[in-house]
Design a protein around this ligand. Structure first.
Ligand code: ZN
Length: 446
């Protein structure tokens, strides 16, 4: 028997639809909200998340410096529509929050079609979809619509209303902390700044909210910090206000686009071989075909966490990779594109990653001269009860052989090609049988 004969990965065996349905229900509540990098859409979103986790909410004033960036004026939108000459609405914010370019300036006047057209964004190659556009740091107005409806606009005058406001206000973000038994921390982060985009926003927020909930009542050695902040300016603001505490972060994960059927894909931290990179690889390789991507300085907030002045061990977990799926940043990234079972599976991936972070230790084989007799200690019979971990006799043999005090359980999982869970369970049983000591805990090597 060899390591390749382990049962198929646990991912194939378990059904995540139940938890996935709860996550999906939360994503569905968040979906319609017109979010941007500041404003009441962010606050409304944090308010809903707060029903699930006891968030601490922060409001940072306009003009606050965050390294090379400045918190912008707060943007809020009340209403937006375009009416043709007959008074029929050809664009209506109430139909989709994507119709107005984020941070669009105010407009309230009638104009000819030719002028209106210069402010409308479409996707000619995906003519049924509404694009997602932003103009955070410029003064312009814009509307988004499907190319087919754009082509159907008839000559004439149009009444355009974009009732927005940019005022000195605040940037809002939310933070939840689950304390551990040590002062070491794990950072989880999801952006909160996109309007009605289900995968590229609501999925990450919802999965992380349920991860935070799952940790409640659980004793962990790490503290788990959840950050729900607008992309770029939000993470920069958070970093600038927490700079003196960043050395506590041992591991981190940005979570986005985790509700679709693709992937999983993991983008390594800038360090490339951080423990989180190895832990994720170990979990995702268990019964799946993950795509492990090297770090690149484009993407979500790992760009900021992994900038050279911080170089935090933070990777990016996704199903489909941002920018590569046709639904990305369009109205097709909707509640049909994400599914409960995919959200549930993503939730489990993160929980399994947490298991690796929590349960890694360095074993030492107290009977290293030859193999100890496992049968005499009843260890064979214990395998049967733990088939869900993929445990086999090989788990025992790998742990015993590499338990020289120099290899952690993750090292052993990597070297053996076996699931971390199987190695961790075997090590636990061997320790309970008196065959291993725990070097990590300061137990003697002999
Ligand atoms: Zn996006």
């Amino acid at each position: 028997m060899n390591a390749r004969e382990i049962p198929p990965g646990r991912f194939a065996e378990r059904d995540d639809t139940d938890i996935g349905q709860h996550i999906y229900a939360l994503a569905s509540r968040l979906f319609p909200i017109c979010r941007s990098i500041t404003g009441n859409g962010v606050r409304d979103t944090l308010g809903i998340l707060q029903e699930y986790v006891g968030l601490e909410r922060h409001e940072v004033p306009t003009g606050t410096q965050a390294f090379d960036w400045t918190v912008p004026r707060e943007w809020n939108i009340r209403n937006a529509y375009v009416k043709d000459a007959s008074g029929r609405k050809v664009i209506d914010l109430a139909e989709s929050s994507l119709h107005v370019m984020s941070y669009s300036t105010n407009v309230a006047r009638t104009m000819p079609l030719d002028e209106l057209k210069t402010h409308i964004h479409t996707l000619p190659e995906q003519p049924d979809l509404i694009p997602y556009k932003t103009a955070y740091y410029t003064e312009e107005w814009g509307l988004c619509m499907s190319h087919n409806r754009f082509l159907a606009l008839e000559d004439g005058d149009y009444e355009v209303l974009i009732d927005t406001e940019k005022t000195d206000g605040h940037l809002s973000y939310g933070e939840y902390f689950h304390p551990g038994t040590t002062d070491r921390e794990v950072l989880f982060s999801a952006h909160i700044c996109h309007p009605s985009l289900a995968n590229d926003n609501c999925s990450g927020l919802s999965v992380l909210a349920f991860i935070a909930q799952a940790l409640k009542g659980r004793d962990t050695r790490y503290g788990y910090r959840f950050l729900f902040a607008p992309g770029t300016i939000g993470s920069l603001t958070w970093l600038s206000r927490n700079e003196d505490r960043l050395d506590r972060i041992d591991h981190g994960l940005v979570v986005s686009c985790v509700g679709d059927a693709g992937g999983p894909n993991y983008k390594r931290s800038r360090r490339g071989n951080a423990f989180i990179d190895r832990a994720v690889a170990s979990v995702l390789c268990d019964g799946r075909k993950p795509n492990m991507l090297d770090f690149s300085p484009y993407g979500y907030d790992e760009r900021q966490f992994c900038s050279p002045g911080f170089n935090l061990p933070v990777g990016l977990l996704q199903r489909s990779v941002f920018g590569t799926f046709p639904e990305y940043h369009t109205s097709a990234d909707n509640l049909d594109f994400i599914r409960p079972q995919h959200l549930g599976a993503s939730h489990r991936m993160v929980m399994d990653i947490i298991d690796v972070l929590e349960n890694d230790w360095v074993p030492f084989n107290l009977y290293g001269k030859g193999e100890p007799q496992l049968g005499r200690r009843g260890l064979y019979s214990k395998i049967g009860g733990h088939t869900s971990t993929g445990m086999t006799i090989m788990s025992y043999l790998w742990v015993l052989n590499l338990a020289d005090g120099e290899h952690s359980l993750l090292d052993i999982a990597e070297r053996s090609g076996m699931p971390f869970s199987a190695i961790a369970r075997a090590a636990q049983l061997l320790k309970e049988s008196g065959l291993l000591s725990d070097v990590t805990a300061g137990e003697a090597k002999s």
